[in-house]
Design a binder for this molecule. Structure first.
Ligand SMILES: [Ca+2]
Ligand SMILES: [Ca+2]
Ligand SMILES: [Ca+2]
Ligand SMILES: [Ca+2]
Length: 314
């Protein structure tokens, strides 16, 4: 028997080659192959990590609207974020990935080492972007307040400083007033000897006809509606019994009457934060209307006398 102790013999293929390997040789070769495989795997993974970098980091609710990530300001989930890469062949920016922020407001993209990128954040409804570049790069907002885009940059390593602050702006209330007066001389103009009318009902409507609120004028004839949303409105004044509305739109806007014959004004627009203090109504007692005989009789008398004197001169 040629095979000694510690020697393993076997065939390769169907030929006649008979290889003899000592046991230490066999173990060594297996170990060497294993080591080479491990080295190759390490090299491959190192190469892969060298070619790919990550881009992030966060969208947050900037409660104090200062553009800085403060304690107690939570991340905003489900915000759409888009990654743009510069394509040198096409000579343009291409949107290559999109994602949404997680429950902590965080997002992450995988990008290629050494390429040029920027990120676009999409506003959620009712929110606006915080002022950008208002703190250190890891605490600030990088989204342009109009476009939501960050500046572009060449990415050489993991970059986690592209953030976006958003907040829900506090609506600025609007308001409207102002005055109902007794237009004694019925000329449609507010004058010093004409007083305000107390207790006149004033109704505020949207221009679509929805009643918003009702007020009464105070002891000096003033009224106002405040804490209004921006929008289009009109006012309806209700003339007290025995009174009617005076001439509308006479003179300057701050001294005229805006109530038309039925008591309603034209539609006007209130922008956020506006206060319109020019919506007034003049009313007068129906007794102040000159009756036809009180006007006509003196006129007839004057014309008659003129006629008589004219004839005598002839
Ligand atoms: Ca803040
Ligand atoms: Ca930042
Ligand atoms: Ca007057
Ligand atoms: Ca007016």
């Amino acid at each position: 028997m040629l095979i000694k102790k510690n020697v393993v013999a076997y065939y390769h293929g169907g030929g006649n080659t008979l290889k003899r390997l000592s046991k230490p040789n066999y173990v060594f070769k297996i170990a060497r192959v294993a080591i080479l495989m491990i080295v190759a795997l390490i090299a491959l993974s190192t190469q892969a990590s060298a070619c790919h970098v990550s881009i992030g980091d966060k969208v947050w609710n900037d409660l104090d609207m200062d553009g800085k990530q403060d304690k107690g300001e939570p991340g905003i989930p489900e915000v759409s974020v888009y990654l743009y890469k510069y394509d040198f062949c096409k000579d343009e920016w291409i949107q290559i990935q999109d994602t949404k922020t997680n429950e902590d407001g965080e997002y992450s993209f995988s990008a290629s080492y050494g390429c040029y990128y920027y990120v676009k954040f999409e506003l959620i409804e009712g929110y606006v972007f915080s002022p950008k570049d208002n703190a250190k790069p890891w605490k600030d907002s990088d989204a342009d307040v109009i476009t939501g885009n960050t500046k572009w940059r060449q990415i050489w390593c993991n970059y986690d400083k592209w953030d976006a602050g958003m907040y829900k702006p506090t609506p600025k209330p609007a308001g409207v007033g102002n005055y109902v007066w007794n237009d004694l001389n019925v000329n449609g103009i507010q004058e010093d000897d004409e007083d305000g009318m107390e207790g006149v009902t004033v109704k505020l409507y949207t221009c679509s006809g929805q009643l918003v609120d009702t007020k009464l004028t105070d002891e000096d004839g003033y009224y106002e509606f405040t804490d209004l949303e921006a929008g289009d409105y009109y006012i309806e004044f209700v003339s007290p019994s025995g009174y009617i509305f005076t001439l509308a739109d006479q003179g300057e806007e701050d001294e005229d009457s805006d109530a038309q014959t039925g008591g309603a004004t034209s539609c006007f627009t209130l922008n956020a934060g506006d206060y319109n203090s020019l919506v007034d109504a003049g009313i007068h007692s129906m007794e102040e209307i000159p009756e036809f005989p009180t006007v006509a009789l003196p006129m007839v008398a004057i014309i008659g006398l003129a006629f008589v004197f004219g004839r005598r001169k002839e």
